[in-house]
Design a protein around this ligand. Structure first.
Ligand SMILES: [Zn+2]
Length: 263
């Protein structure tokens, strides 16, 4: 019975999504990508930010990021904020927890599609077809059954903080198989370089909210892909002199790719 209801609600959500695809709707007033901190700050080892989880949740119910001291990976889904710890286990966090870098939005399904078996590259192509606006932001939600998901988490760091490349050099990785869950992600345009991650960035949370993390790879068995294309970007920066007066390197060939994609 429960499964039937679930399928029906999936079908209803999909139908709504497909109907919405027909009209190129302008952004809702609440459709904003809200970001705290920058990826370059994180890469330089600036792991303590002023934003609280309570503040982030006022700007979105969906998103991803990091926690202060680089203590695990953040997943925000359906208004809950979860930490994937160094063992890959996820727990809901207190509203007072803080983040040096996070991206959130209120997710509204604009378009959707069902997807069969797909690896990361194939799934990204599905999203690219649903959302050809490559120079806008796109929030991506994929719910389904995953044959395999490889996640990584990060280990709480102590001061003086190492740079992100060093902190993630021995990152713990986890392989989940035959698991139901949700990919929570964004596709950011190329011009966010330095502030965020251009291209795709996914975190994962299982349906039972017990496992998750930053996604290195996956194989979807079957699922529903939903996208929210957003043309507003709000960036909140720290006022700490370690950030405001820092000199950032102009180029980091391959470094971000290695950290985010694990290759
Ligand atoms: Zn991540």
């Amino acid at each position: 019975m429960k499964t039937t209801l679930r399928r029906l609600s999936f079908a209803a959500a999909l139908l709504t999504a497909l109907l919405l695809t027909a009209c190129a709707a302008p952004d809702r007033p609440s459709d904003v990508i809200y970001q705290t901190g920058t990826i370059d700050g994180l890469m330089e080892g600036m792991y303590d930010g002023p934003a609280t989880v309570a503040q982030l949740l006022r700007h979105g119910d969906f998103g991803l990021g990091a926690f202060n001291a680089l203590d695990g990976e953040m997943v925000v889904l359906d208004g809950g904020c979860y930490r994937a710890d160094a063992k890959g286990a996820t727990h809901k966090v207190a509203a007072s927890e803080q983040s040096p870098f996070a991206t959130v939005t209120f997710f509204h399904t604009q378009r959707g599609a069902t997807a069969g078996q797909a690896d990361m590259a194939a799934l990204e192509k599905v999203v690219d077809q649903l959302a050809p606006e490559r120079n806008l932001f796109c929030a991506v939600r994929v719910e389904g059954l995953f044959a395999q998901v490889r996640t990584r988490s990060v280990v709480r760091q102590v001061k003086p903080y190492p740079k992100l490349a060093a902190a993630t050099a021995n990152q713990p990785t986890f392989d989940l198989s035959d698991v139901r869950g949700t990919l929570v992600g964004f596709r950011c345009p190329y011009f966010v370089k330095g502030a965020n991650v251009p291209g795709y960035h996914f975190h994962f949370l299982t349906d039972d909210h017990s496992r998750g993390g930053h996604v290195l790879n996956f194989r979807l068995a079957a699922g529903v892909v939903q996208v929210d294309v957003i043309s507003r970007f709000r960036l909140s920066l720290p006022r700490d002199p370690t950030f405001t007066e820092a000199e950032f390197p102009q180029e980091r060939p391959g470094e971000l790719e290695k950290i985010e994609k694990g290759r």
